[in-house]
Design a protein around this ligand. Structure first.
Ligand SMILES: C[S@@+](CC[C@H](N)C(=O)[O-])C[C@H]1O[C@@H](n2cnc3c(N)ncnc32)[C@H](O)[C@@H]1O
Length: 269
């Protein structure tokens, strides 16, 4: 697993397109406004303080592996919050890219699979709050583990974001169909849990009918395993997909029919 990840990391960095030779106006604009390292934003300070606190939090929660690490022998166990924070949370740089994308394109119909402790959800909700301070939110995030979701709810409260996130408890298999039924269309579909080929393709295929011309689907950890990379390559080849932007840590999928079919690899660090 580790070897696959390292090999793909080196390949990515050797083959990524340099921004000065990027010929797509849409991707160039996306890069300049959302991906290129932004100057420090003080608005992120509160979320990053929460992250720092989570990384020190010695509270014990019940935990059950529902994702790619699960197997028939997985049983309920206990975890310390700080260990979960180390293992689960996306680096600030990646969460901030997702924030900037939601902010720039004024996205509001959003689904996240895998809330964990709520850090990326807080970045998304902050962008929604900035764009639509008074509107009822249409951002749903799903988490399977009761105690983990409870910690996330506390973050949303501390950050005054509770009104801007619908948090749902349950397994993706149980909840996704119902959640999708409540959306006429989706602007952002962010898959950040259960990193197997089968599950990723299943979630993609379920959400695809709700995609519109300007939607973006975001897949985390596309090089985590050969199975995830296989899913990513298959998604890129899907007839409905027009552009993809591979940032190694996450993959962005666009459906913009007015642009040529093109696949980009860009560096973020
Ligand atoms: C990598 S973490 C998400 C991190 C979070 N998006 C962030 O960036 O702050 C993945 C989460 O998905 C949850 N999860 C994994 N598989 C699941 C499933 N099948 N149903 C429900 N939750 C699941 C895990 O419990 C875990 O909390």
């Amino acid at each position: 697993m580790k070897f696959h990840y390292l090999k793909k990391f080196i390949q990515h960095y050797l083959t990524a397109t340099l921004i000065d030779v990027l010929h797509s106006p849409f991707v160039f604009d996306l890069y300049q406004n959302t991906i290129e390292k932004q100057k420090y934003h003080s608005k992120f300070k509160a979320i990053e303080n929460c992250r720092t606190n989570l990384l020190k939090n010695v509270e014990i929660v019940s935990y059950y592996d529902l994702g790619a690490g699960s197997n028939l022998l997985s049983t309920e166990t206990e975890k310390v919050v700080k260990d979960l924070a180390k293992a689960h949370l996306k680096p600030a740089r990646i969460a901030q890219i997702i924030h900037q994308i939601v902010l720039k394109y004024k996205y509001k119909n959003i689904i996240e699979l895998g809330t964990s402790l709520g850090i990326t959800a807080s970045y998304i909700a902050t962008a929604i709050k900035e764009n639509y301070p008074l509107e009822e939110t249409n951002f749903t995030t799903i988490e399977g583990i009761h105690d983990v979701r409870k910690v996330a709810l506390k973050q949303f409260e501390t950050l005054e974001l509770s009104k801007h996130v619908n948090s749902i408890e349950g397994s993706f298999n149980e909840k996704l169909d119902d959640v999708l039924n409540n959306y006429q269309s989706i602007d952002v579909f962010f898959v950040d849990g259960n990193h197997t080929y089968e599950a990723t393709m299943d979630y993609f295929n379920k959400a695809l009918p709700k995609a519109h011309n300007d939607s973006v689907f975001i897949f985390d950890d596309i090089y985590w395993s050969p199975g995830m990379t296989k899913a990513w390559e298959e998604i890129k080849q899907n007839n409905n997909v027009y552009q993809t932007v591979d940032l190694f840590f996450i993959g962005l999928v666009f459906f913009r029919t007015e642009q040529n079919r093109q696949h980009f690899k860009l560096r973020v660090f």
